[in-house]
Design a protein around this ligand. Sequence first.
Ligand code: GCU
Length: 126
Amino acid sequence: GSTRYEAESASISAGGTIDANHAGFSGTGFANGANAVGSYVEWQVTGPASALAFGYANGTTAARPVDVAVDGTVVAAGVPFPATGAWTTWSTVVRSLSLPAGSHTVRLTATTADGPANLDYLDVTP
Ligand code: GCU
């Protein structure tokens, strides 16, 4: 099975908060990143990995794209986190990738002034 890394244990750039005001999240809360270009959430994870699944909600009508960086290198640019219909409706964005054994950082960085979607967790599949 996969290993879950909660967003409430991640690093969040300035202006972001851990919130719990939209039901349905995993763990004790979710990351509400600042509404700004460059706003990020970064997890420290352990490989190997073949896929990453990001739990999120986006209660607006527009996708919230992010760059996905592993160990500081962007591996997927402008990945859309589509509208989910409500802030209490949670979905996942899944990316395949090959991550070797050991410790890695996975950072999502917003590329628009809307900032990232509300981010709930990162599931790492070996
Ligand atoms: C609302 C919502 C937040 C969300 C924010 C946003 O304020 O309650 O959870 O993060 O919109 O647009 O990013």
